[in-house]
Design a protein around this ligand. Structure first.
Ligand SMILES: CC(C)(COP(=O)(O)OP(=O)(O)OC[C@H]1O[C@@H](n2cnc3c(N)ncnc32)[C@H](O)[C@@H]1OP(=O)(O)O)[C@@H](O)C(=O)NCCC(=O)NCCS
Length: 171
């Protein structure tokens, strides 16, 4: 398996795997697809955190997309989308994508990455409840599902509400 950055030539295949891995893949345009399009089209997506997983046959079997957000004046990343084709799950693809995304974010000197997701899934990659860091999500009801992974450039003074990029207002 190869994890690499998404190029413009990959977008059709990445869109297809995004739809296949969506919560409602039967929808004409699953919300994950329209969100990814809006993040990419609006310049919110971080190209270095736009990754795909390719299997030995050259098929795109998974993807991860990170985008910008902010805490006060500090820019920080979020894992906006993560998906693995249902036929290729439970083989380490999702984990490899998360590790690669975190490594890329660290190399960019970003202080932290946030995610809204299952703590059981993301806890194994070093994410902890955001409240451990004095950071809160936009919805109080998110609770421990809103998590933070501190990176090398993390600074304890970065506290407050994490603001997602504008396309999230429409999902
Ligand atoms: C979540 C997802 C990306 C995991 O992909 P994957 O390639 O199966 O992941 P891995 O094989 O690397 O598995 C990582 C571990 O996480 C666990 N895991 C997978 N999905 C999980 C979930 N939703 N909740 C908790 N744990 C989960 C797996 O059991 C595995 O643990 P194990 O190694 O002890 O068996 C994939 O199931 C998926 O695309 N789901 C639909 C979209 C989604 O929910 N994305 C996350 C949104 S925040």
């Amino acid at each position: 398996m190869l994890i690499r950055r998404v190029t413009p030539a990959d977008l059709t295949a990445v869109r297809a795997v995004t739809a296949a891995a969506a919560y409602k893949p039967q929808d004409e345009v699953p919300v994950e697809v329209s969100l990814a399009d809006a993040l990419r089209g609006g310049g919110w997506a971080l190209p270095a955190l736009s990754l795909l997983a390719e299997n030995a046959d050259g098929e795109v079997v998974g993807y991860a997309l990170g985008s910008w957000g902010r805490i006060g004046d500090t820019r920080a990343a979020n894992i906006s989308l993560l998906g693995v084709h249902p036929a290729h799950r439970r083989r380490g693809v999702g984990g490899a994508l998360v590790h690669a995304l975190l490594g890329a974010a660290d190399a960019l000197d970003l202080p932290l990455v946030v995610v809204l997701g299952d703590p059981e899934l993301y806890g194994r990659y070093g994410f902890r409840p955001s409240t451990d860091f004095g950071i809160v999500g936009q919805e109080p009801g998110w609770g421990d599902a809103f998590q933070v992974r501190a990176l090398t450039a993390y600074d304890r003074s970065i506290q407050g509400e994490f603001i997602y990029p504008e396309p999230f207002d429409h999902v």
